[in-house]
Design a protein. Structure first.
Length: 503
C-alpha cells in the first residue's frame, strides 16, 4: 500500500508551491529553540542579582532546559510520527509561548528552574518535528540538501543570534523580556503553519509505549545529572547512584526496543556506520563548544565590562560563519566528501578553541572575533552535513524518530558540556584569593563577586574583583583547552566513521 501511494506523494511534495514558505515556518521554530538555549547567557548576571541563586542553582537554570529536552526528544519524535508532525509542532509551539511567560515572571531560583524544565518539555516537541517535516516536504535530494542547509544554518546561527537579541532587550527592558519575545514569534509560527504545513505521520506506527517513554526520560536525566554532580563534587554516593539508575534505565530502554514489534526507536539504525558516526560527531561537537558559549557571554560582560548589546554583537561572527557554511555545506560535501567536510569543520572548531586558551582579561576583540567566526563556520559545515546524513539514511516514515536521535545527541552534548566544562570553570574560579571580609557569595559565581564588590570598601572591592576575574579567565582557558581536545579527537573519529559516506 505504501509503494502505491509513494509516487503521488513524492510528486505532490516536489511540486508543492508553498513548500519554501512552509520551510520558513520550520526555520522559525528552530531559531526560537536555539535562541532560547543561549539567550540566557547574557541574562545570567541580571537573574543572579534579582533571584540570588547559588552557584549550583545557576548551573541548573542554565542546563535543566537541555536536560529535559534530551530526555524527551526520542519520545516526542516518535509521538510525532504517530499522531502527526504538524499537530505536535503547532501544539508544542503554543505551549512554548505560554510557558515563556512563566519563565519571565519567575520570582525564585526554584520557580525559574521549574519553568525552564517545562520549557524543555515544550521544546522537545519542536526540533524533531521540524526536521521530519523537511524530510516529507522535500523528496528531491538536492532540494532537501538545500532545505537542510537552511535549517542547519538557522540552528547554528540561533546560538549566536540569542546573545544579540538578549543584549538589545536587556539594554531596554528587564531580564524577563528575553522570554516574552517568544510570544509574538509563536503566534506567527502557528498562524502561518496552520495554512502551509502538510500533515505527515507513519501510516502504521503501532502504539506509543509509555514504559519506553519513562525509561528514556529517567535514563537520560539521571546520567546527565550524575555527570554534572561528579564534575562539581567528585565521585560521591549521590552521582554514583544516579549514574547506576540512569544506565540501568537506558539498558532497559534498549532491551525493550529490541523486543517490541513497533519500537519507540528502531535500534537497528545504529548498525549503520554513517548514522552512528553522524550522531556521535554531533554530540561531541556540542559538548566541546557549549561550555565556551555559556561562559563567553559572562566573560565579555563581567570581565571586559561590555554592555549587554555590545557583548551580544561581539558574538555575531559566529552567526555569520554558521549561516555561510550551512548554505555551502551540501555542495561542498558532494564536491569533496562527507567526511572531509565534517572532519574539517570539527578540526577548525578545535583549533579555534585551542587559540582561546591564550586569552586573558585584556585580550583584544580581533582575536575573539576571529575565533568565533571559525567556530561558527566549522559548526555550520559539520551540523548541516550530519543532519543530511541522518535524514537520508532512514525511511521517511521514521524521520521523526531519526531526527530525534540527532537532536538528542545535540542536547545531551549541550547538557554535558555545560556540566563538565562549566564545572571546570566554576572549580577553578571558586578558589581565587580574596581580601578578608569578602562575602561568601563572591566565590559562588563571577556575577556574585561583582554584586559583592558594591558592598565592600573601594580598595578591597578592586582587589577582590581583579582576583575573581583572573580566576574566571583561568577557568575559561582550561575549559577551552579541554573542549579543543574533544573536538580534535572527534574530527579524527569522524574521518574513519564517515568513510565512503555519500549524501
Amino acid at each position: 500500500m505504501t509503494s502505491t501511494l509513494q509516487p503521488a506523494t513524492t510528486t505532490e511534495a516536489v511540486k508543492r508551491p508553498d513548500r519554501w514558505l512552509a520551510l520558513s515556518v520550520l526555520v522559525l521554530a528552530v531559531l526560537l529553540v536555539a535562541v532560547d538555549a543561549t539567550v540566557l547567557g547574557l541574562a545570567t548576571p541580571y537573574i543572579s542579582e534579582d533571584l540570588h541563586p547559588t552557584g549550583t542553582q545557576l548551573l541548573w537554570i542554565g542546563d535543566v532546559y537541555s536536560f529535559v529536552i534530551a530526555g524527551l526528544l526520542v519520545s516526542m519524535g516518535s509521538l510525532g510520527d504517530r499522531i502527526g508532525r504538524k499537530r505536535i509542532l503547532l501544539g508544542g509551539a503554543t505551549a512554548f509561548g505560554l510557558i515563556s511567560v512563566l519563565n519571565a515572571y519567575a520570582t525564585t531560583p526554584e520557580l525559574m528552574i521549574a519553568a525552564r524544565a517545562l520549557l524543555g518539555v515544550a521544546g522537545a516537541t519542536l526540533m524533531p518535528a521540524t526536521l521530519a517535516l523537511i524530510r516529507n516536504l522535500f523528496h528531491d535530494p538536492r532540494e532537501r540538501s538545500l532545505a537542510v542547509g537552511i535549517w542547519g544554518a538557522t540552528a547554528s546561527a540561533g546560538t549566536a543570534v540569542g546573545p544579540i537579541v538578549g543584549g538589545f532587550l536587556l539594554e531596554h527592558f528587564w531580564w524577563g523580556s528575553v522570554f516574552l519575545i517568544n510570544l509574538p514569534v509563536m503566534v506567527v509560527l502557528v498562524l502561518v503553519g496552520l495554512k502551509t504545513l502538510p500533515e505527515s505521520r507513519n501510516p502504521d506506527p503501532g502504539p506509543w509505549d509509555l514504559i519506553s517513554v519513562a525509561l528514556s526520560l529517567i535514563g537520560m536525566i539521571a546520567v546527565v545529572y550524575a555527570v554534572k554532580e561528579a564534575a562539581s563534587h567528585g565521585l560521591t554516593r549521590e552521582p554514583l547512584t544516579a549514574a547506576a539508575l540512569g544506565l540501568a534505565a537506558l539498558y532497559g530502554f534498549v532491551r525493550r526496543q529490541l523486543t517490541l514489534p513497533e519500537p519507540l526507536l528502531d535500534m537497528r539504525l545504529f548498525g549503520r556506520r554513517g548514522f552512528s558516526g553522524a550522531v556521535l560527531a554531533d554530540m561531541l561537537t556540542v559538548l566541546g563548544m557549549s561550555g565556551l558559549v555559556f561562559f563567553l557571554s559572562q566573560y565579555l560582560q563581567l570581565v571586559q565590562d561590555r554592555r549587554p548589546l555590545e557583548a551580544g554583537l561581539a558574538e555575531l561572527p559566529a552567526a555569520v560563519g554558521a549561516v555561510t557554511a550551512g548554505l555551502l555545506a551540501g555542495r561542498a560535501a558532494r564536491r569533496l566528501s562527507v567526511r572531509t567536510v565534517v572532519s574539517g569543520g570539527l578540526a577548525a572548531i578545535g583549533l579555534a578553541l585551542a587559540a582561546l586558551t591564550l586569552i586573558d582579561t585584556t585580550t583584544g576583540y580581533p582575536v575573539l572575533g576571529a575565533a568565533l567566526l571559525v567556530v561558527g563556520a566549522g559548526a555550520g559545515f559539520s551540523f548541516t552535513v550530519t543532519a543530511d546524513v541522518i535524514l537520508s539514511s532512514v525511511p521517511k516514515d521514521e524521520a521523526g524518530a531519526a531526527s530525534a536521535v540527532s537532536e538528542t545527541a545535540y542536547e545531551l552534548g549541550a547538557a554535558l558540556g555545560i556540566a563538565v566544562l562549566g564545572s571546570i570553570v566554576t572549580g577553578v574560579y571558586r578558589g581565587f584569593p580574596s581580601p578578608t571580609g569578602t562575602p561568601e557569595g563572591a566565590h559562588e559565581s563571577l556575577g556574585g563577586a561583582v554584586e559583592a564588590a558594591s558592598r565592600m570598601p573601594a580598595a578591597d572591592a578592586e582587589a577582590m574583583l581583579t582576583s575573581a576575574r583572573e580566576a574566571f579567565v583561568d577557568g575559561l582557558s582550561l575549559a577551552s583547552g579541554v573542549g579543543a581536545a574533544v573536538l580534535l579527537a572527534t574530527a579524527l573519529a569522524a574521518w574513519f566513521l564517515l568513510k565512503e559516506q555519500r549524501l
